[in-house]
Ligand binder design. Structure first.
Ligand SMILES: Cc1cc2nc3c(=O)[nH]c(=O)nc-3n(C[C@H](O)[C@H](O)[C@H](O)COP(=O)(O)O)c2cc1C
Length: 412
């Protein structure tokens, strides 16, 4: 449900603009309020009167409008929402967003807002597949912009392919998902919010490691980095100075914190040691236990006669190293990804690695945890085990950070 949620809906000038009218209706049915902003081009496709009637609010169209600016300035308008939704997101709007162009009300709001944007692209398939659009889309994803669609389908122009705007109910579902996580964008750099971890330094590892076999092959694991990155997001939102050390992942870097990209376990250890000292160390990465000792510098060739022999060597144990180091952070948190005897293995790991708490999770294929959006975790400490119900990884991240903040406070 979207009860009480405020959506700022930017309508671009595309043929799919008529679907934005249905989207407004669907959002309001679910209890959200919708404030419409139309580009100049959008008004050629749907009338401001339709948008105003369906949203039950005035429609904003002009940047230099004396009346609008006096009633609600463009900065205030850009902040007065829980989420900014762009539907249809034209190729032109995506290009402006990706390049920070602010030459009308819609694009200025999109640059000035402190909330996440969710875009529903809609355009002819050649426009969508054009390298310029694909470059802009990749950049927007990196910037943390959320996407709903586009879908494959037949277009108003008679062609068939990708570029068709998602249906209103699909966009509603994407909005509901987006609103389950924090939508406030932190200010990168200077002005950090004050929060329970304000002034604390948190170092977090996330994602898998890749251990090379030769220059083109490696061994890896299925970690997506979602849980570790969510913890980094939550620690930043709690005001911490965060260093995220990430293995190779397909998800974007969180905004407003320092990210170090590494590939192997050895590189990860070096990056963690370089990031010390810290108040909290959270080892959420799925670090490979072994690397290939006889990794080749040239690609191994198929000879037809003999199979290559790979020799394994044990990787450094990053968690144990930090947990037992002389510069040990006040709080050291480990993760245990197990496919059986989840809690028992975590309890054994707790003492062996010298950490204060182990977050244990079941990563057996049936659990859907590796790569999925949800997690069921058990908090294992010397005092006992606390099992949390299944929830989104973002929620797990927030609750864990809240707990770590309290643990740190108790130790100061
Ligand atoms: C009939 C017609 C349909 C259009 N449909 C689309 C569309 O679906 N997607 C798109 O990106 N541009 C479309 N355009 C082009 C945009 O209207 C044009 O690029 C405009 O500058 C977009 O302005 P805006 O991004 O400020 O809304 C269409 C143009 C016309 C004339």
């Amino acid at each position: 449900m979207l009860t009480g949620k405020r959506i700022l809906l930017v309508i671009g000038g595309g043929i799919a603009a008529y679907k934005a009218l249905d989207l407004i209706r669907r959002l309001r049915e679910r209890g959200a309020s919708v404030r419409g902003v139309m580009t100049g081009a959008a008004a050629h496709f749907v009338t401001p009167l339709s948008v105003a009637s369906l949203s039950g609010q005035g429609v904003h169209q002009e940047l230099f409008s004396l009346t609008d600016e006096a009633e609600m300035g463009h900065i205030e308008l850009s902040r007065d929402a829980d989420l900014v939704v762009v539907a249809p997101a034209t190729a032109n709007l995506l290009a402006k967003m990706a390049n920070g162009i602010a030459d009308d009300l819609a694009s200025t709001l999109l640059l000035a807002t402190d909330k996440k944007a969710l875009v529903a692209p809609a355009m002819n398939l050649r426009m969508w597949l054009h390298p310029a659009t694909q470059r802009n889309v990749a950049r927007l994803r990196e910037d943390g912009v959320l996407f709903a669609g586009p879908n494959d389908g037949s277009m108003a122009c008679g062609e068939y392919g990708p570029g068709r705007m998602s249906e209103p109910l699909e966009i509603v579902a994407a909005i509901e998902t987006a609103l389950q996580s924090e939508t406030q964008i932190p200010l990168a750099g200077a002005a950090r919010s004050r929060g329970p971890l304000s002034g604390r330094r948190v170092v977090i590892t996330s994602g898998p490691t890749h251990e090379p076999i030769d220059p083109v092959r490696y061994i890896a694991n299925r970690s997506s980095g979602r849980q570790g990155h969510s913890i980094a997001d939550a620690a930043r939102d709690a005001g911490a100075d965060v260093v995220l050390i990430s293995g190779p992942v397909a998800i974007p870097d969180p905004a407003g914190l320092a990210v170090v990209h590494v590939e192997t376990a050895q590189q990860m250890l070096a990056a963690v040691e370089a990031a010390m000292p810290a108040d909290i160390f959270i080892s959420a990465a799925a670090v490979a236990d072994w690397r290939i000792a006889n990794a080749q510098t040239e690609k191994i060739k198929k000879t037809g006669s003999s199979l290559p022999t790979l020799t394994m060597a044990e990787n450094p144990d990053i968690l144990a190293r930090i947990g037992k180091s002389s510069a040990r952070p006040r709080l050291v948190i480990g993760f245990a990804a197990e496919t059986e005897k989840v809690v028992a293995h975590a309890q054994e790991k707790l003492g062996r690695k010298g950490c204060d708490l182990i977050v244990a999770n079941d990563v057996s294929p049936a659990s859907g945890v590796m790569g999925g959006d949800e997690n069921t975790v058990h908090l294992v400490t010397p005092a006992g085990v606390e099992s949390w119900p299944k929830m989104s990884k973002a929620e797990v991240g927030r609750k864990l950070v809240e707990r770590f903040g309290k643990m740190l406070e108790a130790r100061l």
